[in-house]
Design a protein around this ligand. Sequence first.
Ligand code: RFL
Ligand code: PHB
Length: 390
Amino acid sequence: MRTQVAIIGAGPSGLLLSHLLAADGVESVVVETRTEEYVAGRIRAGILEQSTVDLLREVGLGDRLDREGDPHRGIYLQWPEERHHLDFVDLTGRSVFVYGQTEVQKDLVAARTAAGQEVHYGVSDTALHDLDTDRPSVTFTDEHGVQQRLEADVVVGCDGSFGPSREAVPAALRRTWEKTYPYSWLGILADVAPSTDELIYAWHPDGFAMHSMRSATVSRLYLQVPNDTKIDDWSDDRIWDALATRLGHGQDGWQLTPGPVTDKSVLPMRSFVQQPMRHGRLFLAGDAAHIVPPTGAKGLNLAVADVALLAPALTALLKGDAALADSYSDAALRRVWRCTHFSWWMTTMLHASGDPFDEQLQLAQLRWVTSSEAGATGLAENYAGLPIGF
Ligand code: RFL
Ligand code: PHB
């Protein structure tokens, strides 16, 4: 097989890249280890920033998002006895959308299927070859057990945090930074109308809690839990009780309405960056190059920002102009490090560490962010998202 761009991974970064390249007349083939149904069903991100929404609209992926997505003006930040609303529209002129990653994935699959995009699901043994030549290739075993070699002009690793692409950069040429946080999130999806109009991020001495949502009838909630937490130790009642305490049920008459839990999982919290995001004819995008803890709602948005830079860079490279491809890694990493800092800052401001000194600093920071326009604007600017190309 031969194509112009071999894309490893059919998550949001891989499929959106194939979509943007096709719009520029560049051909690609995508290979993915999981099944189409598995990738579409994974419950992940819920918040799209303004520049992500603008890009999806521009490339014809905004119709259902505009019909079914829920624009939010801001978020609530709270700690015991106090809840404050931060209005991003007033502060920055930009807003965010509640539209699940599962929905973005469905829209991408529908668009790529309609366009006849070649995607090989259910592959195994993915390996990358000859990346420092101009004839790189990807080998894999296809869903029928047949060995395949996909030759390309360029290979793009969109294979998330566990894929092989990032390690295909020679160890001597890559640098990584990693931080594992001493807590995890227990996330639930529940068939109940959200008890809030916009997301609540709650600091509490027992640990962080968050109330998010997916639609008018589906709520998504999270609790900070220790890293070794076993999901079986958390009955639905225990989860709802902890959420009620940490989110302030009864405070100023606010009520948390519990409902049937349809999904429950524990998620580790990690920051990770690998640079450069390019080696020869291999480019990295999305979680393959960087991971942020979910507190800043940045992971999916960063993946979109990467491919928005990468698609025109590859199109130009294939026509003989290497300037954008040569600057891709530095340009992408500028935003990556900004979002890595923001996600770390939100995480460390809101999660209980067990240290009484940290606790006082967190409360001082929260009071400043919710009472000073300068503090609030800093958070809003980062949360609602910097322009593509920042
Ligand atoms: P993905 O989505 O992980 O897709 C990578 C794909 O590569 C495939 N793959 C391979 N394919 C072929 N050969 C191999 N050897 C392969 N190895 C792996 C995988 O099967 C997979 O399909 O990465 P991508 O496309 O870069 O997208 C990144 C986003 O998925 C991720 O950053 C977000 O989900 C992070 N995230 C959030 N981001 C936000 O912007 N806003 C949020 O509100 C938000 N909330 C979250 C989140 C992530 C979460 N979890 C579970 C990690 C909430 C949660 C709970
Ligand atoms: C979600 O709805 O899953 C979500 C929202 C905001 C975050 C993280 C996750 O910061």
